[in-house]
Design a protein around this ligand. Structure first.
Ligand SMILES: [Zn+2]
Length: 385
């Protein structure tokens, strides 16, 4: 249940970053006619990964794993597109389908998953490279906001095509990709793009390449005119002449980012989401009903009210776990499993002359005792979507 909440929060962060660089959100159909895919010749090229189906008239369709064909056709039908409207950045966050040979349980590699795919249209190669760069920067910002240390690596263009490509990789032992990272400069590459026995850095020539494993969470491609030529995606230039657009495409594995983040951030006892997209930022635990400190229950309710009043950015982000028939210990374990960044226990110390709340910071594993003012100060800097 919380996965859906977290996923929605993550989409909000993605929307902020994509719209921040001029992205316009749309929603293209998952069910795609085979004609477009045959025109681009990817109907055969995609092989068994493409989910194919037929309608009652025996016409071929596929469930789109990516939408270069569809979006380029859409732009080709804009009869009046002018250079003044470029760059055009169109994106969607939708379910995608891929017939994986070995689908793995969970969110990391499924046959159905959420992806953000963006497509850019530019008036020249130079402009397209600038757009490419700005999308890569937006990805870097996005991962930084989520607290994920991703590396941007040189990558293979695969069956998408184009001439320039990068992957955003989250280093992790369970990763399926092998990366070579320079210890001296910023160079990093997927092993696929280099000869396997390469150990000296091609960029700085003094550094040594070290191998690590990574989970691919984003991929960018500079496509040039590959699809715009085929589908006649043109704009009118300064001389009012129709000109073929330069394109790029940019994917983010939305469900995969979440799965990878949980994988690298969690501990044995606690699930950790990126704090920014956690289901609630703060969970307040009143004492167990019938316990010696039961009278502190009213202080817990009071605290929730006060936090809402003094910290408007946390409205809707504070939850009271009022299952007071359960012990504090049991509810603490649940709180660990649900991954709230801050858990506040209202018990014995809240009833003392100088009332203190026990605050567990789940992201760092620290426990501190704070007065109400101290707690408000701590939570003032918490970033929310
Ligand atoms: Zn280097």
């Amino acid at each position: 249940m919380y996965e859906t909440v977290v996923l929605n929060q993550q989409v909000r962060v993605i929307d902020q970053e994509m719209q921040g660089i001029g992205g316009q959100k749309l929603d293209m159909p998952s069910l795609c006619s085979a004609d477009l895919w045959k025109t681009s010749e990817r109907w055969d090229l995609m092989g068994k990964e493409l989910f194919r189906l037929k309608d009652r008239h025996n016409a071929d369709y596929c469930l789109g794993p990516t939408h270069e064909e569809a979006v380029t056709t859409l732009v080709a039908h804009q009869a009046t597109l002018s250079y003044r409207q470029l760059p055009l950045l169109l994106y969607q966050v939708t379910r995608k389908f891929r017939d994986e040979p070995k689908p793995r349980f969970g969110l990391l590699r499924g046959r159905e998953f959420y992806m953000k795919d963006m497509y850019s249209f530019d008036m020249s190669e130079e402009a397209a490279h600038k757009t490419y760069e700005s999308v890569c920067q937006a990805y870097t910002r996005l991962f930084a906001r989520l607290g994920l240390r991703c590396v941007q690596v040189q990558a293979d263009t695969g069956n998408i095509g184009g001439t320039l490509s990068h992957e955003f990789q989250l280093p992790a032992d369970i990763g399926e990709d092998r990366l070579l990272v320079c210890g001296t400069c910023s160079f990093a590459a997927n092993v696929e793009t280099l000869s396997p026995d390469k150990t000296d850095c091609p960029q700085c020539s003094t550094g040594t390449l070290v191998e690590s494993k990574g989970i691919e969470v984003g991929h960018t491609f500079y496509l040039g005119r590959k699809y715009s030529n085929i589908f006649k995606a043109t704009f009118s230039n300064h001389q009012n002449k129709p000109t073929v657009a330069e394109m790029g495409c940019y994917g983010l594995g939305v469900t995969r980012i979440l799965a990878a983040a949980i994988e690298v951030m969690s501990t044995e006892e606690a699930i950790r989401w990126p704090g920014l997209i956690a289901p609630y930022q703060v969970c307040v635990l009143p004492p167990k009903k019938g316990s010696k400190v039961e009278e502190a229950a009213v202080l817990a309710e009071d605290l929730v009210h006060t936090l809402g009043q003094f910290l408007p950015h946390l409205r809707g982000e504070v939850v009271l776990d009022d299952r007071t028939q359960m012990t504090i210990g049991k509810r603490l374990r649940d709180a660990g499993r649900l991954g709230y960044p801050y858990v506040v226990v209202v018990g014995q110390t809240a009833l003392e002359e100088m009332p203190k709340f026990e605050v567990i910071c789940q992201q760092t594993g620290e426990t501190v005792f704070l007065s109400k003012d101290g707690l408000i100060d701590l939570l003032r800097t918490v970033e929310t979507v």
